[in-house]
Design a protein around this ligand. Structure first.
Ligand code: UDP
Length: 374
């Protein structure tokens, strides 16, 4: 064909960047556009005072998949950061995730047997056979003390709804660990790329044509005319002009503060459970990279209702929205030259390693199709 590009990639986040990188290696011509004035989507970091600020929320890389770990290590060296958040509840600090340290701090229990006895007793007393909402689900998994100390108020802030009005599936998994292990993740590989996530994005997009500050919807037909295929990573409902209705999201507002001290909270992540704090957590960015700067920058994370002008962070995967999404998805499958991928186009909360795997799988699928066609 005579078009300038093989792929127009709408959105320069991880999905689009991995896709562009792989296709460029195969001598396909790619143009990556993004409406923001920078590349990288939500993993983008902004440097201030020598500290990499995770501008769109904290990102901690973790995976169990050796192939994905090797993949990201092509572009950056990872440090040995292990996520071990603290949680502040009614004036006291506790270790997360729920483990033997937490149980000692809560109840003074010293052995797994003692801790398990407390949890089992509370689950028997407050749990139910078939939990109908998030509160019943949590009580049935971890009992009353853990629910009330760490989950109830945090979750109600996060989602803007009573725990009794939230679906149980949000916390299907609530890991309880009977070892003194504060590592939030169970994955084999974990860390923060040295130099920040931009190093990875720049590596992925090295040699790829990119344009920032370009809104796909403002010049859709001209942009689509540039390429044989489109990879679309934005909101799927917006792509179809909301013809089946609007999908809902939860948004966040980040408030940064510069403090003229070296160390504000002694940890990268401190969760704030109690309702009296309107934010859910404070991130102290320098600790992701063991920074020794004389100043520090913290970010308070405020959950917010979402509307058109705000960033869509969390899909709200309730029945109504899933029903709407299904109709868009069916429509999208009819468009052979357009690929929909990533969190917003698939209306699914993804971790970074999952997005990379999904983008690589998409590339592989396309290659399989084209080699079958001969
Ligand atoms: N959560 C909670 N208390 C906490 C941390 C998390 O109740 O201290 C619940 C809450 O419902 C939240 C979910 O666990 O929506 C997932 O939180 P996590 O921090 O693991 O995910 P993230 O928001 O960082 O993607």
């Amino acid at each position: 064909s005579v078009k300038e590009y093989d792929y127009l990639i709408v959105g320069a986040g991880l999905f689009g960047s991995v896709f562009a990188h792989e296709m460029t290696k195969l001598n396909k011509k790619c143009l990556v556009i993004d409406k923001r004035n920078h590349l990288g989507g939500n993993v983008y970091c902004e440097e201030k005072e020598g500290i990499n600020i995770h501008k769109y929320g904290a990102h901690i890389f973790h995976t169990n998949d050796q192939r994905i770990w090797d993949y990201v290590n092509q572009f950056a060296t990872f440090n040995n950061y292990i996520n071990s958040p603290m949680s502040l509840s009614k004036g006291k600090l506790y270790n997360l995730p729920f483990n033997m340290n937490t149980f000692y701090q809560l109840w003074g229990t010293r052995t797994p047997e003692e801790a398990k006895a407390v949890i089992d007793e509370q689950v028997a007393k407050y749990g139910t056979k078939s939990p109908q909402n998030l509160e019943e689900q949590a009580l049935s998994l971890v009992g009353k003390d853990i629910y009330e100390t760490f989950i109830k108020e945090y979750t109600e802030k996060q989602w803007g709804k009573k725990a009794t009005d939230l679906p149980a599936f949000i916390i299907k998994r609530l890991p309880v660990r009977y070892t003194f292990n504060n590592n939030y993740f169970n994955d084999r590989y974990q860390g923060i790329p040295i130099g920040g996530y931009n190093v990875i994005i720049n590596g992925l997009l090295d040699g790829v044509d990119t344009k920032t500050g370009v809104d796909f919807f403002e010049s859709r037909s001209e942009l689509e005319a540039l390429a044989n295929n489109v990879v679309y990573t934005g909101k799927i409902d917006e792509f179809f002009e909301y013809k089946y209705g609007k999908l809902e999201y939860r948004s966040l507002r980040f408030e940064n503060e510069l403090h003229e001290i070296e160390n504000y909270q002694g940890n990268a992540v401190v969760n704030y459970n109690d309702t009296e704090y309107p934010f859910t957590r404070i991130i102290e960015h320098k600790h992701f990279e063991f920074g020794k700067q004389s100043k520090t920058i913290i970010t308070k994370e405020y959950p917010e209702a979402w509307d058109q002008g705000k960033e869509a962070y969390y899909p709200i995967n309730n029945d109504r929205n899933q029903e709407i999404y299904k109709r868009y998805k069916e429509e999208s499958l009819k468009l052979n030259h357009i690929i929909f991928g990533g969190r917003l186009a698939e209306y699914r909360y993804y971790d970074m390693h999952q997005i990379i795997a999904s983008s690589l799988a998409q590339v592989k699928e396309i290659l399989g199709l084209s080699s079958n066609r001969g």
